[in-house]
Design a protein around this ligand. Structure first.
Ligand code: SF4
Length: 305
């Protein structure tokens, strides 16, 4: 199948068979996100999906893990998603888990019996864009949830037997609020206990609504050093058993490990990179599609545009 858009999935899904069931993101409103903004959302037909399953089977594929794309696949209509899951089970009865991205509201809109039915059909990991621990930041970024809703959705998906993994984003609260966000997010993650936390750290794009906020001064971006310091404080505060993976692709730094076992090693790595990262403002800036990165330091964030 010819893939449209940008492949975006958690590192834990690297070895999974990526099966697109739609193009784009049905939500597509988060202010910072440019992943699918250029695409018109549409569902792929059952014929297209089945053709891809047949193709993989014909070449001898027998995936144990399947990741359904693209953004927010869990928001598909119940009957359609169930038919797709049943089709997967017909082609690959040995598949052990079917995973996908979800928004909080895509969980809340479903009754408990439906969540349990999805579990029985093989759904295991749901990746939620938690991003921030602060309600005003979630509202500003036009996420489709607040903290109260996220607690409720995670409680219900756990009850149905599914596993929750959190995507977070250092820098999302903007300049000067990194520590506040770290405290709030640590409390949220310690209480909700995701299996994995992936920090994709904030990237700045010109093609998203957040750019206008940067131009009019209503959002002042945090620098890469701010983001590292925020991540250090967050990791320091995390007490739950979590597999943590933090990416700062712009400065080519990654910190990962099992918490709390590896905490001291991870903090030491962060201390080292913080000491090596200049205090001058350096921002992660993406021009065009990933990974076309351009370095930008000092003065206006957009001076090299
Ligand atoms: S739900 Fe995910 S993919 Fe969709 S707009 Fe928000 S961050 Fe982007």
């Amino acid at each position: 199948m010819e893939y449209e858009g940008q492949i975006c999935r958690a590192p834990m899904e690297r070895s999974s068979f990526m099966l697109p069931i739609m193009v784009g993101c049905s939500y597509n409103r988060c202010r910072f996100c440019n992943l699918f903004r250029h695409l018109k959302y549409r569902e792929l037909s059952f014929e297209q999906i089945e053709k891809e399953l047949a193709r993989v089977k014909e070449v001898g594929g027998n995936p144990r893990k399947i990741f359904l794309g693209d953004g927010n696949a869990f928001a598909q209509k119940t009957e359609r998603l169930m038919q797709i899951l049943e089709m997967i089970r017909r082609y690959f009865p040995e598949c052990e888990e079917i995973n996908m991205d979800a928004t909080v509201t895509s969980i809340l809109k479903r009754p408990d019996a439906e969540l349990e039915a999805f579990y029985k059909l093989g759904v295991r990991h749901l990746y939620l864009g938690i991003e921030s621990g602060l309600d005003d930041v979630l509202a500003f970024m036009e996420k489709d949830h607040d903290q109260g809703q996220a607690y409720e959705a995670i409680g219900r998906l756990h009850q149905a037997g599914m596993i929750y993994d959190a995507h977070i984003m250092t820098g999302v609260a903007g300049k000067g609020r990194g520590m506040e966000n770290a405290y709030a997010l640590a409390e949220f993650l310690n209480r909700t206990r995701p299996a994995h936390v992936v920090n994709f750290s904030m990237f700045l794009h010109k093609e998203v609504p957040l750019y206008q906020n940067i131009l009019d001064g209503s959002f002042i971006p945090a620098s890469e050093r701010d983001n590292l310091e925020e991540e250090r404080r967050l990791i320091e505060l995390l007490t739950a058993d979590i597999l943590y993976d933090g990416f700062h692709d712009f400065i080519e730094f990654r910190v990962r490990g099992r918490l709390p076992k590896d905490k001291e090693r991870m903090l030491a790595r962060l201390d080292k990179v913080i000491a090596e990262t200049p205090e001058a403002e350096i921002y992660s800036y993406v021009q065009g599609e990933c990974p076309a990165l351009e370095r930008c330091g000092g003065g206006s964030v957009w001076q090299t545009a």
